[in-house]
Ligand binder design. Sequence first.
Ligand code: FAD
Ligand code: NAD
Length: 398
Amino acid sequence: GELKKVLILGAGYGGIVTAVHLQKQLGLNEADVTLVNNNDYHYLTTQLHEPAAGTLHHDKTRVSIDSLIDSNKIRFVQGHVTAIRPDEQRVSLENREDELEYDYLVIGLGSAPATFGIKGLLEHSMGIRNIDSVRMIRQHIEYMFSRYRNEPEREDYLTVVVGGAGFTGIEFVGELADRIPQLCKEYDIPREKVRLVNIEAAPSALPGFDKELVDYAVSTLEKKGVEFLIGTPIKECHENGVIVGDGEEIKAATVIWTGGVTGNPLVEEAGFEVQRGRVPVDEYLRAPNYDNVFVIGDSSLMFNDEGRPYPPTAQMATQQGQHLARNLVALIRDGQLTPFKFETKGTVASLGKGEAIGIVGKRKLYGWTAAQMKKLIDLRYLFIIGGLPLVLRKGKFF
Ligand code: FAD
Ligand code: NAD
């Protein structure tokens, strides 16, 4: 009969891992597989705090899709998905008349910033989201430093506010704190003029994480010159900065929002059931009521045995992609689906150069050891998607 059409949307952690594993397991002409992504590269979101701060070139955090995908087995289409129509089994792309059809759909379109309705946030803040956004953050910070020399009354040019002290906020301030002394030198600015303020609504940074490790992180970052405002929600964001808790204004020419993520709005627009923007999937990663639609990564929602939602992570998206590829092969060959079970390998977060915190198994890691572990995790991921050649090409060993 006709070949089954598998359509994968998004080449992030979930999508690219699904694609790479599918091409390994499928023979030639066993299925008609298409991968759609808005860029012709895959980027390493888990490292984006570095190019955002300017401590690493963004090219080190992206990989061309060409170099990962075997075009004999998977067709790559560069395009921006504008709508998913699950009842018609069709997907439309921007500036394209014809629509893509599928028998099986994989949605790996990642996340969108959660704004919690905070006024002015989308207009006046930037986010650590993709290559385009981090390139802009780096340039923006540098430009503000350069402007300060010409308008020295504008001290707000030298203030960076980071909204949210989750893992993204913490990793970014750690990285930027390392970069600030270099920027000060480059732009002839005394270090004490610069403010890097991390603002967190919850009663602690990294809410819910191990207290000892949080304390270590906060004191390490404070020593590097990060100011924390904890238990202080950002209420509003405008051109000149933010308004916090009690109405106090913090003037800042740079506001980076790391206050959380929600699913890609396309999944809700498609009519899938969502909870806070994410699709609650079953044990086979299927969307409710659509047995041929799989949602993985940040747009999906899964619960642990205690009924608590798993946080959206690359670790989760990667495991889902690996599992889903096996199940898709089974479907194509009329086999049996196997249920997905997340196995946490732990959490490690960077605090800047040579510093990190983490929990791996039952072990708490600090400092240099944790930083080495972080490098290993990054290398392991490169190995999963591109084998040794990619590890050698993009890996950071020092
Ligand atoms: P993504 O990796 O975001 O990929 C989505 C893809 O879809 C992208 O390629 C995008 O270009 C594409 N796309 C989006 N919309 C469209 C469209 N309309 N049309 C076409 N293509 C589209 N998690 C960890 O487990 N460990 C970490 O150490 C870690 N560190 C992080 C550090 C930072 C700074 C950040 C921001 C996040 C970090 N995370 C980490 C979280 C992790 O990055 C995400 O959970 C992960 O990227 C989710 O993978 P995904 O496949 O769902 O989406
Ligand atoms: P998050 O949701 O984990 O953290 C957002 C933080 O912003 C929270 O602490 C929240 O209390 C705070 N916040 C929300 N509203 C606020 C407000 N109005 N004012 C001030 N603070 C506010 O989001 P994230 O840090 O972007 O992480 C997203 C996902 O990616 C998570 O699942 C995280 O685990 C994962 N991640 C993992 C790593 C790692 O493992 N190294 C690194 C980055 C991100």
